[in-house]
Ligand binder design. Structure first.
Ligand code: HEC
Length: 170
């Protein structure tokens, strides 16, 4: 056995595999675009809003939270391509289901204390969203202002139905 005999098949293998693997990836990407989930990027109508305590609170909320907790989502271009579209769709649906300032009276909302707490702790917006959206990375001063503003907003116009704790403990 010479060295050439052992090397040649390995090279041929790579030459055989690389274009096929690339083609399979492209084909898979094209195929998953056919899955309907994640393509219906609707914004349901705004049915009722809280009486915001100030334009600042409303603006900070729109900037950091509105994409997933209102019906005024700006769907970015990358939200149209699977698999990212699936993740975005899921975040928006799950977020709206728990807390939606565009269906303030129609849906159960979390308690003011819970909302203020997640803002102060920096738990919301979720990390994957903050990584992509620089405007959603609030400073500690902005977080403090948003949390206090949300508390005042909840006091001034309480939701009709409040969920004491989130849908799960996670
Ligand atoms: C990228 C979408 C997204 C953004 C932006 C976002 N959230 Fe959320 N939020 C979610 C999702 C999804 C959940 C449910 C899963 C979870 O708790 O992690 C949630 C859960 C919550 C809950 C818990 C609700 C409950 O009782 O179950 C609160 C409160 C909340 N978000 C507040 C905020 C606030 C305030 C902001 C802005 C500072 C914000 N979120 C920004 C997606 C988002």
């Amino acid at each position: 056995m010479s060295g050439a005999v052992t090397v040649a098949p390995r090279r041929a293998g790579l030459r055989w595999w690389a274009p096929r693997a690339a083609f399979a990836l492209v084909a898979a990407f094209a195929l998953i675009q056919l899955v309907p989930y994640g393509r219906a990027h609707g914004n349901p109508p705004v049915r009722s809003e809280p009486r915001w305590d100030s334009p600042r609170t409303k603006a900070l909320f729109a900037q950091a939270c509105g994409a997933c907790h209102s019906n005024l989502t700006t769907w970015p271009w990358y939200s149209n391509a699977a698999p990212v579209s699936w993740l975005v769709q899921h975040d928006v649906e799950d977020g709206r289901a728990r807390f939606d300032v565009s269906e303030w009276r129609e849906r159960p909302q979390p308690a003011a204390a819970e909302v203020a707490a997640v803002v102060r702790a920096g738990e919301m917006p979720p990390l994957q969203y903050r990584l992509i959206h620089s405007e959603a990375r609030l400073s500690s001063a902005q977080r403090a202002a948003l949390a206090a503003g949300l508390e005042r907003t909840f006091r001034a116009s309480p939701p009709l139905h409040v969920v004491a704790h989130g849908g799960d403990d996670g």
